[in-house]
Design a protein around this ligand. Structure first.
Ligand SMILES: *[C@@H]1O[C@H](CO)[C@@H](O)[C@H](O)[C@H]1NC(C)=O
Ligand SMILES: *[C@@H]1O[C@H](CO)[C@@H](O)[C@H](O)[C@H]1NC(C)=O
Length: 443
């Protein structure tokens, strides 16, 4: 214990040292063609915010979430009989916080209380008005029409964005958000598809909830308005579903993602305080990239919770692939990967708890994990730990580094397994992806 603690302190010291050396340079991954004064200022502010959002005690955040899962399942068991009437089957702590209310449409902002894991401070547009998107078009990158999603997301004030009807939004170019927004697709079937994807760059406090994102393709770039008072020149976009760039306090929940040209979700360049939960991923190669560059030391502040997601058919790799940061991968269901599920380089920390990993029949892809660009003598020091994961069809996780430090819950006899083991992953993720919610009915 004492040993683990001093290692921990040491790593914080090293981190602070690295961070104070990091220079803020535009990176090739940014689609920013021109770094003007406005963007430089935003970049500086964002990095400062991300540093403040970094949690010095990530093990406690992980244990807190484990604890909440246990409590949710306990109340479910105890209260089974009266839950029957409402037939509420929300089994994980995030869903339990809002999905048992048939009046969700009147109480939409309750969702802002439900964030868990590293993104737990995210409240999105909670303190703002509702904005109803009625127009799926996306024609004008400079002066977007009122009533379009693009017009909504560039506004400076907090907004809770909802949709007046079902729609498919084909983005002409990247959709670049301002801070303090919730995109809440409940009550309508909203697809962002066949065009560019979503970009969260130098922003904080964004919730993306209950929409489909699929068939995202690269677009040519050009002048794109990213705020009411700023328009900037962008290079070609990569075709990511959601790209999180130097941003913090982000929550992506109940989103169904498939078939992108690049990553489905990328989190890069010193982003942190992020939760990706209850999502469904299908038919894609590079699923989730957390950190894009082995030299980007500022990603050591990256802390991401990946919880209650379903990694389904047709996925190949990166669920996630991580560099530098700390990722808590908890109670996800992995039914397929063609290369590997969880991988990384540049000594990331990976805490894998209560997931279900089912390998394919290919004998050469049974390993869940993959280390890149490092010899064993190096990677055996990286902390990659599996607790309570369930493996089937000969799947296996290669562990390394020191054991998990349990802060909140000393693992004594009584609380030996506080996290819910992988045998629960099916139940915990059963309602992942977009829910087709109707007002007045359970969602
Ligand atoms: C977002 O909201 C928070 C809390 O209300 C506020 O402090 C912050 O300035 C807002 N951000 C922007 C960019 O307006
Ligand atoms: C990685 O970052 C380093 C340092 O900022 C930079 O020189 C290099 O070009 C980056 N590599 C890629 C592939 O972007």
């Amino acid at each position: 214990m004492a040993m683990a603690l001093s290692n921990h302190k040491l790593s914080i010291l090293v981190l602070v040292g690295i961070l104070s050396l990091v220079l803020l340079l535009p990176n090739s991954d940014a689609a920013i063609a021109k770094y003007d004064e406005y963007l430089k200022k935003r970049a500086q502010e964002s990095l400062e915010e991300s540093r403040n959002a970094f949690d010095p005690d990530p093990e406690k955040v992980a244990d807190d979430l484990n604890d909440q899962v246990s409590e949710t399942l306990k109340t479910e068991k105890a209260g089974k009989r009266h839950l029957r009437e409402g037939d509420c089957k929300a089994t994980n702590p995030i869903d339990r916080c809002w999905r048992c209310d048939p009046n969700w449409a009147k109480n939409r902002k309750q969702l802002a209380e439900c964030t868990r894991g590293f993104g737990h401070r995210t409240t999105g547009g909670k303190n703002g008005e509702y904005y109803v998107v009625t127009d799926p078009s996306d024609d004008d990158m400079d002066k977007p029409k009122p009533g379009t999603l693009r017009h909504a997301v560039i506004q400076p004030q907090p907004l809770w964005i909802i949709f007046g009807r079902h729609m498919v939004i084909k983005l002409k170019e990247e959709l670049i958000f301002a801070s303090n927004k919730t995109v809440d697709g409940r009550g309508a079937q909203v697809h962002i598809a066949y065009g560019a994807g979503i970009t969260l760059q130098f922003v904080h406090n964004v919730i993306i909830h209950n929409i489909w994102i699929h068939n995202i393709v690269p677009e040519s770039g050009g002048m794109i308005r990213d705020a009411v008072d700023h328009i900037g020149l962008r290079t070609r976009s990569d075709g990511d579903g959601i790209s999180v760039f130097s941003s913090n306090n982000i929550w992506i929940d109940h989103v169904s993602l498939a078939r992108g040209s690049d990553g489905l979700i990328d989190v890069i360049e010193g982003s942190t305080a992020i939760t990706i939960s209850n999502c469904k991923f299908n038919h894609h190669n590079d699923v989730m990239l957390l950190g894009a560059n082995d030299s980007t030391a500022k990603d050591s502040i990256m802390q991401v919770t990946v919880a209650f997601n379903r990694f389904g058919k047709g996925l190949i790799q990166r669920m996630p692939r991580i560099r530098w940061g700390f990722v808590h991968v908890i109670n996800n269901d992995y039914s397929h990967w063609e290369m590997y599920a969880i991988g990384g380089s540049a000594h990331p920390t990976i805490i894998s708890q209560g997931n279900r990993f089912k390998a394919s029949n290919n004998p050469s892809t049974k390993e869940v994990t993959k280390r890149m660009f490092a010899d064993k003598s190096e990677w055996e020091k990286w902390q990659w730990r599996s607790e309570g994961d369930k493996f089937s069809n000969d799947a296996y996780f290669v562990e390394s580094g020191p054991p998990i430090r349990h802060e909140l819950l000393p693992l004594t006899d009584k609380s030996l397994i506080k996290f819910k083991p992988g045998s629960y992953a099916g139940r915990l993720t059963r309602y992942a992806g977009v829910r087709k919610c109707r007002a007045g009915k359970l969602c």
